[in-house]
Ligand binder design. Structure first.
Ligand code: NAD
Length: 363
């Protein structure tokens, strides 16, 4: 055994109704008196309810969050935070609203609280992202880690099944890569295995009964665990590849993670036996990549990059870019290897079954 573990300072509250019954208490616990509530336009109704529950603790509602935090959107939110004299921010929404809250926290030093409405897990990480000059930059800073996270399963009842499944698999991807991360540790592995178990079992129920509050709560519990894994470890090929596909080709974030994960796992599996054992236990299946691919199919999620709009001629560029960045991965990342992963993901065939998936095992 040889590891370093640093626990994030975040406090977590999870219960039905918590968004309107617990957020004010969390704001007060931090000694804040005027917080700016941040959301996207589509999530403004929910954010308004949270803002109303805050009463005089609310300095205003800013509902201009957009996917991948464009620079001008971040500039405007910082301006609004200053104009309203806010002493903290509450992000209500998915990774996009949390991402905007993080940029305000980074630029102003204001403490951030998060009330997540998807399963992407951003609320548990000190990772921020900003899109400018046609590219997305990311960084780590403890200042952007939310001080308190209020998980309310009732807020996720409106999350359509499709988005529930893809954002849930996005969370699973964090746990998968944490299981073979070079800076992993026994606690992260426990959280990752339990996160995958909780999330995948919850998604199966949500796809059948979207209004099942117990399953919605279990999915948020999974999001918490998987997000914590992302916050604690360095991610590998899967996250780099999805970053390239989103940043360079504009592919949708959660859907791309859902399509790519089984193929990257099949590629990395021979070099990560311990991670594969954990995933077999969590998924209750012998073949973990195939189990993830089957799950996506059963739950109606997209399974091919072609269906997400990627062109065959983009594959070589994406492979070059994803292989050309320095990062840790259990298996050597070669352009040929990534191209094999991408071809298989483009076709959407079962991982490890066809010629192109076979090519992924070369090199
Ligand atoms: P999102 O926040 O972009 O939301 C997706 C869509 O779902 C939006 O249209 C939103 O309005 C809608 N929506 C959200 N919650 C809803 C609900 N409960 N009911 C109905 N509709 C709802 O999606 P996301 O997948 O949560 O976040 C993606 C973004 O987060 C990306 O920019 C990604 O890079 C970032 N991210 C960052 C981290 C990190 O650690 N920094 C981790 C994961 C994701």
């Amino acid at each position: 055994m040889n590891f370093t573990y640093e626990a994030g300072p975040a406090r977590v509250v999870l219960r039905p109704g918590a968004a309107v019954t617990a957020t004010a208490h969390e704001v007060e616990r931090l000694g804040l008196r005027r917080v700016l509530v941040i959301s996207g336009a589509r999530g403004a109704d929910v954010a308004r309810r949270v803002a109303d529950s805050l009463g005089p603790l609310c300095a205003g509602l800013h509902d201009e969050a957009r996917m991948h935090v464009p620079a001008q959107v971040a500039d405007r939110a910082v301006e609004v935070a200053r104009e309203t004299g806010a002493d903290g921010c509450v992000a209500v929404g998915g990774g996009s609203a949390t991402g905007l809250g993080k940029m305000v926290a980074l630029r102003t030093g204001l403490p951030l609280l998060a009330v997540p409405t998807t399963y992407s897990g951003s609320e548990m990480t000190p990772v921020w992202g900003l899109t400018e000059h046609g590219g997305k930059r990311t960084g780590r800073d403890p200042a952007v880690l939310p001080r308190s996270v209020v998980y309310d399963p009732e807020l996720t009842l409106s999350l359509p099944v499709g988005l529930s499944v893809t954002s849930g698999v996005n969370a699973v991807a964090h746990a998968v890569e944490a299981l073979y991360a070079p800076d992993g540790n026994p606690l992260v592995s426990l959280m990752a295995e339990e996160g995958v178990r909780a999330m995948t079992s919850a998604l199966a129920v949500i796809a059948e009964r979207p209004s099942d509050l117990e399953a919605r709560g279990r999915a948020l519990y999974g999001a918490w665990l998987c997000g914590s894994c992302l916050g604690a470890t360095a991610m590998g090929l899967h996250h780099k590849l999805c970053h390239v596909l989103g940043g360079t080709f504009g592919l949708p974030h959660a859907e791309t993670h859902t399509v790519v994960l089984p193929y990257v796992l099949a590629y990395n599996a021979p070099a990560a036996p311990e991670a594969v054992r954990s995933l077999r236990r969590a998924l209750g299946a012998e073949d973990a990549p195939l189990a993830l691919w089957n799950l996506a199919g059963r739950l109606g999620a997209p399974r091919s990059l072609a269906r997400l709009g990627l062109k065959e001629s983009d594959l070589a560029v994406a492979a070059e870019r994803a292989a050309g960045q320095g990062y840790a991965n259990p298996r050597e990342v070669t352009v040929e290897g990534v191209l094999g992963v991408l071809r298989a993901a483009y076709e959407g065939e079962a991982p490890g079954a066809g010629e192109s998936a076979g090519a992924a095992f070369d090199g």
